[in-house]
Design a protein around this ligand. Structure first.
Ligand code: ADP
Ligand code: MG
Length: 278
């Protein structure tokens, strides 16, 4: 097994529940990291392609997608599409990804397709003296709402998993299944995989339940939960229909500000991890 290069740092946004804020977090955390100077790639693995659409990438600009990369017909560099945000690039997804599992099921490297593609891109960029190939410092993988081969590819490609958890009654339900899958991937495909953290999303300060959920999740998951909580904010939910991240649509709104805070918390956590490893 080839070891992952130190750069880019690869974080997979995973939770098999739909509607918990994976895509919203990929888009806005990606934008926030780019805004503070990181070179960011969002890899869209969800056949729904919401991260691509939410970043204003129309269908015509997706002639090469992550599907082509996974089936081995294209390189990541061929799929890249620039966004309106400087230093933020997307590898888009299309409905073709619905079929990818069947197509590569018989291949021995089926769980390593994304990992190998990201590593190859990083190697080629490091060697490229023209500077045309992007040298990403962060790759955020937006996973589909399931624990299928696409998500397994993301977990195999990642240094670490970031779990968005919605502040609702059943927030913790399903988390143990997700953690079991991470454990399984760690035992077999990616021994270095860690849980980066849990981000609580769609927090509603007018609702007592939200506060209760925060307490419960912190009691169960302790330090793994980021200090930053993403509030429920209508500007955040409106932004994708304009093909923009919330940070471009309304930088001052509480949602955008929370994602900026999350980005700096993540960078601090990364520094701490690196210092511990050194
Ligand atoms: P997932 O990718 O996990 O399925 P999404 O990021 O698509 O979840 O979010 C599900 C829905 O919730 C979307 O309609 C999105 O706009 C909305 N949403 C996500 N985060 C927020 C937020 N902080 N405030 C308001 N709406 C949000
Ligand atoms: Mg999504």
């Amino acid at each position: 097994m080839t070891s992952l290069p130190e750069r880019p740092r690869v974080l997979a946004l995973a939770n098999q529940k739909g509607g918990v804020g994976k895509t919203t977090t990929a888009i806005n955390l990606g934008t926030a990291l780019a805004a503070i100077g990181e070179e960011v790639l969002i890899v869209d693995l969800d056949p729904q392609g919401n991260a691509s659409t939410g970043l204003g990438i129309d269908r015509r600009s997706r002639s090469i997608s992550t599907y082509d990369v996974l089936v081995g017909e294209a390189r990541i560099d061929d799929a890249l599409v620039e966004t309106a945000v400087p230093r933020l690039t997307v590898a888009p997804s299309t409905l073709d990804n619905l079929g990818v599992e069947l197509e590569i099921a018989a291949e021995s490297d089926r769980a390593f397709r994304l990992r190998n593609a990201i590593a190859e891109q990083a190697r080629m960029a490091a060697r490229d003296e023209t500077g045309r190939r992007k040298r990403f410092t962060y790759v955020l993988i937006d996973c589909p709402p399931s624990l299928n081969l696409l998500t397994v590819n993301a977990m195999t490609a990642a240094h670490s998993i970031l779990v968005p958890l919605q502040c609702e009654f059943f927030a913790l339900e399903g988390l143990s299944q997700l953690l079991q899958t991470v454990e399984q991937v760690r035992k077999t495909l990616n021994p270095a995989l860690t849980i980066h953290g849990i981000v609580l999303t769609m927090y509603d300060s007018r609702n007592n339940l939200s506060g209760q959920v925060v307490q419960d999740v912190r009691a169960h998951m302790g330090e793994k939960v980021y200090d930053t909580i993403i509030p429920r904010n209508v500007r955040v939910s409106e932004a994708p229909s304009y093909g923009k991240p919330a940070l471009l649509y309304d930088l001052k709104c509480t949602g955008s500000q929370a994602y900026l805070k999350l980005a700096s918390e993540i960078i601090q956590r990364e520094r701490r991890l690196r210092d511990e490893a050194a």
